[in-house]
Design a binder for this molecule. Structure first.
Ligand code: NAD
Length: 341
């Protein structure tokens, strides 16, 4: 099959490797043309694995050296805005990982920059392409559970995110790094905008990290209210160790939809001591395998057929705004009303 979109991947870390492998092995309509990483060793290691020889330490050199249609930005959050602007100004479509940016000013610049340059901007909320989440949304739209009144989302990560995500100068904590997805899911499944957010956080799993990373927390409870009166709840924790745990429940006036299982398999072992042993999902890579493929295939379709992505910069901004409101609430101990001033 003819490849129809060429990509430059920027950031050869954890998320970058997922997209590179998918483009190489699973996505038939896209081609990986180059890998950029400020750490050339990381680019070389991934390049060797996926058979890419165009390796660069910065986007400027890649832009001068190789032809591509779009970038996939999988670098730390604090670099997203500058890289998006640079790519957009060079006429490249932008797929940017969540959280979109560190603050709303950066998010606005990214949205306006891409709009002015006439390029697509899609944010990496892969849950929106997970077959079960997609099906849940469709059942809601069909009216099968009546009007959604409460969306509850569990989002727990197995291990700590990279150090840059823990440092408040370069990241915004795991409510952004892990639970951005839950903030987006709540809004998407409720089909409404946030009106207020209240959060409580604590450092109970790794309290030792508070001295290294001031403001560090590892458990979070977030209560949200929507404009139409609906309620939301996010249960977040990281690092939980036992696996990657993503479960959502949508209560409607006429029923309930449950998405996700703590178990990562239908295989269970039961031994003579009556012990039941089940595998959990080890990682987000396994749980959302199809979502990561679906979101890039969708992005390619939007580029080729000149369509607006289903997950826009505005969606990225709304999720970021909710994360920032949760942080403000954590600091003030009070509910925070949206939109943020
Ligand atoms: N959608 C998801 O489920 C998911 C999962 C993991 C991470 N992410 C997101 O992906 C992004 C990256 O996270 P990660 O865990 O892969 O990080 P990482 O630390 O594993 O990798 C980041 C890479 O970017 C490189 N880099 C840093 N600054 C750069 C720059 N200016 N130009 C080029 N390369 C640069 C680093 O050298 C590193 O190799 C974050 O926004 C994160 O939230 C999303």
């Amino acid at each position: 099959m003819t490849k129809i979109a060429r990509f430059c991947l920027i950031g050869a870390g954890r998320a970058g490797a997922v997209h590179a492998r998918n483009l190489r092995r699973r996505i038939k309509t896209g081609e990986l043309a180059a890998i950029v990483d400020a750490n050339l060793e990381a680019a070389s290691k991934l390049g060797e694995e996926v058979g890419i020889k165009n390796l660069y330490s910065d986007l400027s050199t890649a832009l001068r050296s190789v032809e591509f249609d779009a970038v996939i930005i999988t670098t730390p959050t604090f670099t997203h805005a500058a890289l998006t602007m640079q790519a957009a100004e060079a006429g490249k479509h932008v797929f940017c990982e969540k959280p979109m940016a560190l603050n709303l000013e950066e998010a606005d610049r990214m949205i306006t920059g891409c709009r002015k340059a006439g390029v697509k901007l899609q944010i990496g909320f892969m849950r929106r392409f997970d077959p079960e989440f997609v099906s849940a949304k469709q059942h809601i739209l069909n009216g099968e559970i009546g009007k959604p009144v409460l969306v509850k989302s569990v989002g727990r990560g197995p291990g700590l995110p990279p150090p840059w995500a823990l440092d408040r100068k370069t990241g915004i904590g795991f409510l952004a790094e892990v639970n951005s997805h839950d903030f987006d899911s709540l809004r998407w499944l409720m089909g409404d905008e946030y009106s207020s957010i209240y959060s409580e956080t604590a450092a109970l799993i790794r309290p030792d990290l508070v001295s290294t990373y001031p403001g560090f927390y590892d458990v979070a409870a977030v209560v949200a209210k929507f404009r139409g009166g609906g309620l939301g709840f996010i249960d977040g924790a990281c690092p939980v160790g036992y696996g990657y745990d993503a479960r959502v429940e949508v209560l409607g006036t006429e029923g309930v939809i449950v998405v996700g299982e703590i178990r990562g398999t239908t295989l269970h072992r039961i031994n003579r001591e009556n012990r039941v042993i089940s595998e959990t999902f080890r990682s987000w890579r396994d749980r959302f395998r199809e979502g990561y493929i679906g979101e890039i295939e969708h992005f390619i379709d939007c580029i080729v057929n000149d369509r607006e992505p289903a997950v826009t910069g505005i969606d990225g901004r709304k999720a970021l705004e909710a994360v920032l409101a949760a942080h403000r609430s954590m600091e003030t101990g009070k509910p925070v009303f949206l939109p943020l001033g």
